[in-house]
Design a protein around this ligand. Structure first.
Ligand code: NDP
Length: 379
C-alpha cells in the first residue's frame, strides 16, 4: 500500500470519532442500567472487595440486536467498521494516550489510601504512565479496568461481524471465513457467559491501570486478534486478509481444526472454572474426586495437577484454531497465537515470582507436586 494513502487513512474522520464515542457511551449506560449478577472481587490487601456487575452478555446481545435492526433499516452501515478500520484504530490509539494521561495526572494527585486507589508513584514519568499508578481507578463510579476489557472483547466481535458483512456483500464468503467467525464468536460469547471469572484474573487483581493495559484492552485485543480476517497494513490495499486471500481447506483439515478448537476450549474453560470454583469452595470435588490441596490454598489436582498453567495451554490452542482456517501460506494470520505464546510465557514467569513470594513454602511444595509450567513433559 502507498505510504501516503496509508497515512491519510489513519487520520480519524469525525464519523470514526462518533462511532467510538457512541460505543463507549452505550457500554457505560448499558453496564450501569442492564441487570446482571453482582460479583464480589477478590479481597484486596486492605480487606476491601470491589463489586462487578456482570451484565456483559446482555449488553453485547442488545448491542448486536440494535446494530442489526439499524442496519436493516438503513440507519447504520454494517460495513462501517470494516471500511474505516485504520481510522478507528488511530482514533482508539489517540483515545488510549489521552485517557492514560488523565489517569496519570489524577492518580498522582490522589491522596486516597485504599488498595484500589492508593497511588503507586515511582517518580519515573514513562514507567508510571505505562504501568499505571492506581489499581482500580473509577470514572462516574464505573470501574475502568473492567470497562476497558469488556470494550475490547466486544470490539473484537464487532470488527469480525463487520468483516463478515463485507465478505457477504463482496460475495467472497469462504469456508475459512465461516470457521474463523464461528470459533471467535463462540470464544467471545463464552467469555461473557463466564464474565465473572474475569474478576479473579491477573489483570484485574494485580495489574495497575496504565497505558499498557488500556492499549492492550482497547486496541490490541480487537484490532490485532482479528488479523486473520483483516490485513490492513501488509496487503496491497486496505482490506481484510481472508477477504483478499483464497484458502482451499480439505475436509480432514477442517475436522482437525475443529478438534484443536474443541480440545483447546475444554482445557481453557475447564482449568479456569476449576480454579474459580476452588477459590469459592476448596472442598468442591474435582473430576468427581476430593481435590488435592497444598497448604490449604493451592489446587494440585484436575488441570492444576497436570501443569501449573493448563489454562494458558488451552488458550494457546484456541488461538491456533483461529488462525488455522487461513492455511499456512502466510505467517501474518499467525500473529495472534505467536504473540499470545510470548505474552503467556512472560506472564507465567511473572506470576510464578508473585506466587512464590505470596505462598512461600506452600508454593515450593506445589512445584514439587506439579513440575510442568504450561505443557506437560515439554515446558
Ligand atoms: P490465572 O487465571 O492462571 O491466575 C493466576 C493466579 O491464580 C495466581 O496469581 C494465583 O493467584 C492463582 N493460582 C495459581 N495457581 C493456583 C493453584 N494451583 N491453585 C489456586 N490458585 C492458583 O492467570 P491469568 O489471570 O493470567 O489468566 C486467566 C485467563 O486469561 C487464562 O486462561 C489466560 O489464558 C487468559 N488470558 C488471555 C489473554 C489473551 O490475550 N488472550 C491475556 C492474558 C490472559 P492468587 O494469589 O489469587 O492465589
Amino acid at each position: 500500500m502507498d505510504l501516503g494513502v496509508l497515512l491519510r487513512s489513519l487520520i480519524p474522520s469525525l464519523q470514526s470519532v462518533y462511532v467510538l464515542v457512541s460505543y463507549f457511551v452505550y457500554l457505560a449506560v448499558a453496564g450501569e442500567l442492564l441487570p446482571g449478577k453482582v460479583i464480589r472481587g477478590v479481597v484486596l490487601s486492605d480487606g476491601s472487595q470491589l463489586r462487578y456487575r456482570c451484565n456483559g452478555l446482555f449488553a453485547l446481545t442488545l448491542l448486536v440486536a440494535i446494530l442489526g435492526i439499524s442496519a436493516k433499516l438503513g440507519i447504520v452501515s454494517p460495513l462501517v467498521v470494516a471500511d474505516r478500520g485504520l481510522e478507528l484504530l488511530s482514533a482508539t490509539f489517540i483515545f488510549c494516550v489521552l485517557v492514560t494521561l488523565v489517569l496519570y495526572i489524577s492518580g498522582r494527585s490522589s491522596s486516597d489510601k485504599t488498595s484500589s486507589l492508593k497511588p503507586h508513584v515511582s517518580g519515573n514519568l514513562v514507567h508510571d504512565w505505562w504501568f499505571g499508578i492506581q489499581l482500580n481507578p473509577q470514572f462516574l463510579s464505573i470501574d475502568l479496568k473492567f470497562f476497558f476489557v469488556r470494550a475490547g472483547m466486544m470490539g473484537w466481535l464487532l470488527i469480525n461481524l463487520s468483516i463478515l458483512a463485507k465478505s457477504v456483500q463482496d460475495d467472497s464468503l469462504s469456508q475459512s471465513m465461516i470457521l474463523y467467525q464461528i470459533f471467535c464468536a463462540l470464544y467471545i460469547l463464552d467469555y461473557f457467559v463466564h464474565e465473572e471469572y474475569m474478576t479473579s484474573t491477573w489483570d484485574i487483581i494485580a495489574e495497575r491501570l496504565g497505558f499498557m493495559l488500556v492499549f492492550g484492552d482497547l486496541l490490541w485485543i480487537p484490532f490485532t486478534f482479528s488479523i486473520q480476517a483483516c490485513n490492513c497494513v501488509f496487503d496491497n490495499e486496505p482490506g481484510w486478509w481472508l477477504l483478499h486471500n483464497k484458502v482451499q481447506l480439505t475436509v480432514p483439515a477442517i475436522v482437525a481444526n475443529c478438534f484443536v478448537f474443541l480440545i483447546g476450549y475444554m482445557v481453557f474453560r475447564g482449568a479456569n472454572k476449576q480454579k474459580h470454583i476452588f477459590k469459592k469452595n476448596p472442598k468442591t470435588p474435582i473430576w468427581g474426586k476430593p481435590p488435592v490441596v497444598v497448604g490449604g490454598k493451592l489446587l494440585a489436582s484436575g488441570y492444576w495437577g497436570i501443569a501449573r498453567h493448563c489454562n494458558y495451554l488451552g488458550d494457546l490452542m484456541l488461538a491456533l484454531s483461529f488462525s488455522l482456517p487461513c492455511g499456512i501460506s502466510s505467517p501474518v494470520p499467525y500473529f495472534y497465537p505467536i504473540y499470545l505464546l510470548i505474552l503467556l510465557i512472560w506472564r507465567e514467569r511473572r506470576d510464578e515470582v508473585r506466587c512464590a513470594e505470596k505462598y512461600k513454602e506452600i508454593w515450593a511444595e506445589y512445584l514439587r507436586l506439579v513440575p510442568y509450567r504450561i505443557l506437560p513433559y515439554v515446558y
